[in-house]
Design a protein around this ligand. Structure first.
Ligand code: IPD
Ligand code: CA
Length: 279
């Protein structure tokens, strides 16, 4: 049987590569930084330009499809996941890295049908690594199959997380306590590369063994979720329950044992939902 979504995936790869060229060119020029919700929530003209480029190219071919794009949502568009084929887009995942030219900057696109992720593409465009994951067909980096490390022993693991979505003392203390608990298991180390989508791909290709995060968004997770799942990774909610793309939280790991252990260690704090009326 032919794959009904292969054409969409082919277009996605092509558009993502084009977006990567625009981002790499922008890194050679002056970058004007604007603030969104707070002094550390940054956006640039390139984030907005790349999102328009991606959405326009896809809309031209698939006018009935739906879109959830980070910058469109920031400009007031809804972020509701429906059964309609939906493109979930982060034009630059790692905007802070982009403005500092810290080399983990990605374009992340996930494609859902009936709320299930069919494929995901993450293009780490400074490294020139294109990660792809198609449901049931495996995960690849630049066309070469990838898989998770398979590590089961958390004390031999390298764990990724990002800090700073909430900076009030109460949440900050929980975040730091979580880091302390994990470091003192002990694990080999904790790293924060600064692009959620790249973090997921680092687990997918076995360079790290787990990643947990509260406070990210569906556009940070959708592309990487397809890649890591197809690479044999485990994805779950921070509570240990089933993963929910709109929940703003996740654990991914090279094995169920590590994912479940992290779920046990991590104390939750409320982060809201991407599809909530009030964010
Ligand atoms: C951010 C990055 C970062 C994570 C933030 C995200 P953005 O995405 O993925 O690693 O810590 O929570 O919002 O804003 O660069 O697209
Ligand atoms: Ca972004």
């Amino acid at each position: 049987m032919t794959d009904p979504w292969q054409e969409c995936m082919d277009l996605c790869v092509e558009v993502t590569k084009r977006a990567g060229v625009v981002i790499r060119e922008a890194l050679q020029k002056d970058i004007t930084i604007m603030q969104k919700s707070s002094p550390t929530d940054l956006v640039t003209e390139t984030d907005q330009r790349v999102e328009k480029l991606i959405i326009n190219a896809i809309k031209e071919k698939y006018p009935t499809h739906s879109f959830i794009g980070e910058e469109s949502v920031a400009a007031g568009a809804p972020s509701l996941l429906t059964d309609n084929p939906t493109w979930i887009i982060d034009p630059i995942d790692g905007t802070t890295n982009f403005v500092h030219r810290f080399p983990f900057v990605s374009v992340s696109i996930g494609f859902t049908v009936k709320k299930e992720i069919e494929f995901g593409i993450v293009y780490s465009c400074i490294e020139d690594k294109l990660y792809t994951g198609r449901r049931g067909k495996g995960a690849f980096c630049n066309g070469v199959p990838i898989k998770v490390s398979g590590q089961e022993d958390i004390s031999k693991s390298l764990v990724l997380t990002e800090m700073g979505c909430k900076k009030d003392p109460e949440h900050f203390n929980i975040m730091m306590a979580n880091v302390k608990k994990i470091l003192t298991i002990p694990v080999h180390g904790i790293r924060s590369p600064g692009s959620a989508a790249v973090n997921m791909c680092l687990v997918a290709c076995g360079s790290a063994d787990a990643y947990y995060h509260m406070g990210i968004h569906c556009w940070d997770m959708a592309g990487g979720a397809a890649v890591v799942t197809e690479a044999g990774g485990v994805i779950m909610d921070i509570s240990g329950g089933p993963f929910d793309l709109m929940s703003r939280r996740l654990i991914i790991a090279s094995s169920r044992a590590i994912a479940e252990r992290l779920a046990k260690e991590v104390t939750e704090f409320p982060v809201g939902r991407d599809d909530a009326e009030e964010k």
